[in-house]
Design a protein around this ligand. Sequence first.
Ligand SMILES: CC(C)(COP(=O)(O)OP(=O)(O)OC[C@H]1O[C@@H](n2cnc3c(N)ncnc32)[C@H](O)[C@@H]1OP(=O)(O)O)[C@@H](O)C(=O)NCCC(=O)NCCS
Length: 195
Amino acid sequence: MPPSLNTHPVHLHTPRLHLRPMTDADWDTLLRWNQDPDVLYYADGADVTAYTLDQIKRIYGGISQAAFCFIAELDGQPIAEAWLQAMNLSRIIEAHPDSDCRRIDLSIGEKQYWNKGLGTEIICALVDFGFAEEKADFIFACDIADYNPRSRAAFTKVGFHVVAHIPQPPGGKARAICDMRIAKTEWAAGANPSP
Ligand SMILES: CC(C)(COP(=O)(O)OP(=O)(O)OC[C@H]1O[C@@H](n2cnc3c(N)ncnc32)[C@H](O)[C@@H]1OP(=O)(O)O)[C@@H](O)C(=O)NCCC(=O)NCCS
């Protein structure tokens, strides 16, 4: 049995969006986004064009055990998924042994809303929550592929910078991926532009 979705009581607000807890009522929406090859091309490093309901229940159930998972709503309609998760990559944990490191992942499943500044708003809200409420030291965006400059640009606008550039073996979608990071001190110093 996959772990059930672990939910939470946190709501966040951006200028245009309401980020509410992801719940078991969201499986249909999450399945639709996870069966859209255009979304998955960018959202997933694997060469996959659709996931099954069982697969996504396993994936989100697992992630939610150590993450605040949100659905972002625009005018009451779900348009994106996003989470702030405890760091799960050993390459980053080992490089920051005494720090609380988190990661942000997000995907705007309704692709007509790409490139309208909404991803930047979601990242700002999660970074603010991570530093102000969760007292994280560093927040990362991990495994951003070289074919996804839009994602890299959105994190850059919020104040993240590239800390690792990792070449990938031939045959996969990406020739290289990168990790980006923002420190609590950088956010406090005003690295955060208004979206
Ligand atoms: C990545 C994602 C979350 C970004 O959110 P968004 O709302 O589309 O992005 P924003 O509009 O906030 O910012 C995107 C920036 O990238 C820029 N951009 C877009 N395409 C670009 C390209 N090909 N090269 C360089 N910059 C690009 C935009 O101009 C914009 O910058 P600007 O505001 O300075 O003009 C969203 O596009 C998405 O969900 N994509 C599919 C899934 C995905 O890629 N998830 C992330 C996996 S790491």
